[in-house]
Design a protein around this ligand. Sequence first.
Ligand SMILES: [Zn+2]
Length: 301
Amino acid sequence: MKIKWCFCLLIVVGWVSIAHAKLNIVATTPDLGAIAKEIGRDKVEVTSIAKPTEDPHFVDAKPSFIVKLNKADMLIDGGLQLESGWLSPLVQSARNKKILPGTPGCVVASTGILPLEIAATETTRAMGDIHPCGNPHYMLDPANGKIFAAQLCEQLCQIDKENSGYYKENVKNFTQRLDRKLAEWQKAVEPFRGTKVVTYHKTFSYFAQRFNLNVVGELEQKPGIPPSPTHINGLVPMMKNEGVKLIIVEEFRERKTPEFVASQTGAKIVILPIMAGGQKETEDYLSFFDYTIGKIVSALK
Ligand SMILES: [Zn+2]
């Protein structure tokens, strides 16, 4: 009798888990993961490899992610070589055919976007951490987030046809909310059109283009290489000449250099997250922009 009961229970548990089996999605970065949650909602389980507070170029990719990748139904790769330093050994070790390049389970998020700063000449190590296919920080333009969402939805529909109506409805809803918000953000920054800014790294190129800020220099002389005293000595008079109002610094950077440059030039420092999920106010992709735009506007007021 007891055995019979156990057997019945097993069947019920098994049936419930099949009925509620969620797609396992692994995203390389939390901004991509945030959009996967918007489109997949309760049909997906999303894991992001990089932490939102981490420099996405140098991620501490723990071996535990190999297990996640092994069980994944979908991998979202940012593309444009953002993850080139750490992703491919993980994917190779995971030995999962479902997420290999070229399959519907492998989404290259940069597929439909127009990259900025494509290298004009062949790149070498001496040029710093240059990405020959273009600047990989494209998710900082909400219009690119929309392009990625559409791409993701298309591939989700391919691997989970049964729920394609659901994903399409979610992407439509997300796009509508994003469009409304984008108009709001653009209106909020419009009074500061053309404001000259300096950034730590070329993280904010797409952001600046979308919101009409004018990036005139970086604290880094070369991408991925810490600022040198010689470069900073040249940057300070240039910033004074140009009337630079703002230094935009990613949360994970050291503060000494920006503080020194601010003290020499009178420019204000604004510290910004670069991805959703790092704190309560930036939980999802849209609230992330609410927060960053709010920070920029209050710094420039
Ligand atoms: Zn970069």
